[in-house]
Design a protein around this ligand. Structure first.
Ligand code: SF4
Length: 407
């Protein structure tokens, strides 16, 4: 193939979507399935084919991070993860200090599997603990309990897995402040380098959505929600974790390289059913259904040729891509602002003006001063940052940036 006609844009991060889960949690709206394990072999073959496809197009890309997400990548046999890493290695240049993360369910993190993962190059685990309270875990339909979660963390410690993150969820109906405090404090004892703390949300088209509508469950009251949020903040802060992004905390030097790539608005390639990519100012996603994805990949062709010099046109010719969106300058600028505000470094007006050669003021809400008066943001001549209170109410501010009411 002619090299000069290939897209030149560089990406340094690869996301691999493994859509299998042991059970489908009733609150989850991810592209994840609990009843298609029989497709595993075929699906992994297809993902490998997709990797080769992109590798042929984008030769010699230097990759700094790989992230296995899902679904539950740890649910499938470890040999599959090993094979995918091998194929990525054969098709791209992996940087020496590459970060390779595996999202894992506590019940899968046996000593044997951790060994396998470490041998295949996984050097970061992201463990879906969510809570250490058995009642809460049962309520949200997880397939692990406190004992299983603690055992997984012990295994990571025993296997000297130095870099691992734990996911916790707050704002779950019936959750208490004491419970979240105990969960966070116990987790800290296992020395995770990183915490992700996500607000529990009721997503449309999930069983939980139906339960709320039928008044079978009640959402957590606002006061308890705020107190739980503040408890997580103070506990992590007091234990040397930095809240470097609204939902993410790390010890110094252990910020997620892969996720920082998203928040820095950089390109990335996503492979697997439903995976999203952002390349050459185009955001696109693959067919979601594992079965259809496999069917389409089986007919894959290396169709990049000299006739197509427009990446937007090219994307339309890829049979396993489901949809795509051109990221206009306006969208890019607004996303830049929101991503910057989500980070603890804040939004630098001068950096924005340099990056886009345009004055940032017209993108900021006219009622910005109200946000300052309510102590939601703080600002000096150049940097705008969310306060801790602002982080709690950040969605209001972001909505005002995206859909300004006064303009
Ligand atoms: S394990 Fe994660 S991805 Fe799978 S169903 Fe539960 S929440 Fe969704």
């Amino acid at each position: 193939m002619e090299n000069q006609n290939k897209p030149e844009k560089i990406f340094e991060s690869i996301y691999v979507h493994i859509p299998f889960c042991e059970i489908k949690c009733p609150y989850c709206d991810f592209n994840a399935y609990s009843d298609v394990d029989y497709l595993t072999e075929n699906l992994i073959n297809s993902i490998e084919k997709e990797i080769v496809y992109w590798g042929t197009l984008f030769e010699n890309q230097k990759i700094k991070s790989i992230f296995f997400g899902g679904g539950t990548p740890s649910w499938i046999e470890s040999k599959y993860i090993q094979n995918i890493i091998k194929i990525i290695k054969e098709n791209f240049n992996l940087k020496k200090d590459i970060e390779i993360t595996l999202e894992s369910n506590p019940m899968d993190l046996t000593e044997t599997k951790i060994d396998d993962y470490q041998h295949s190059g996984i050097n970061r685990f992201s463990v879906g603990i969510q809570s250490l309270n058995d009642k809460t875990l049962k309520f949200i339909g997880r397939n692990h309990n406190r004992k299983g979660a603690l055992n997984a963390l012990k295994n990571l410690n025993d296997k000297k897995a130095k870099n691992f993150s734990v996911d916790i969820m707050f704002g779950i109906p019936y959750q208490t402040v004491a419970e979240i405090k105990e969960t966070v404090e116990t987790l800290i004892k296992f020395n995770p380098t990183h915490f992700s703390s996500y607000s529990f949300t009721i997503e449309p088209n999930t069983p939980f959505h139906k339960f709320v509508k039928e008044k079978k469950i009640k959402e957590l009251d606002e006061d308890t929600y705020i107190e739980i949020f503040n408890t997580i903040y103070s506990t992590l802060k007091n234990n040397n974790y930095t809240n470097y992004e609204i939902s993410n905390w790390s010890l110094e030097g252990y910020e997620s390289i892969h996720n920082s790539n998203y928040w820095d608005n950089k390109n990335f390639l996503g492979v697997g059913p439903g995976a999203h990519s952002y390349l050459n100012e185009i955001r696109f996603s693959n067919i979601k259904s594992p079965k259809k994805y496999i069917q389409h990949i089986s007919k894959i062709q290396n169709n990049y040729n000299s006739q197509i010099n427009n990446f937007n046109e090219f994307i339309k010719t890829i049979n396993f891509v489901y949809d795509h969106e051109i990221i206009t300058k306006d969208i890019k600028q607004k996303e830049y602002i929101i991503f910057a505000l989500r980070k603890n470094t804040g939004l630098s007006k001068s950096k924005f003006n340099n990056e886009f050669n345009e004055n940032i003021e017209k993108f900021l809400p006219e009622n910005l001063n109200n946000f300052i008066d309510y102590n939601l943001i703080k600002t000096d001549d150049n940097i705008i940052k969310l306060t801790d209170k602002g982080k709690l109410l950040s969605n209001e501010l972001f909505r005002e940036i995206l859909y300004p009411s006064g303009k």
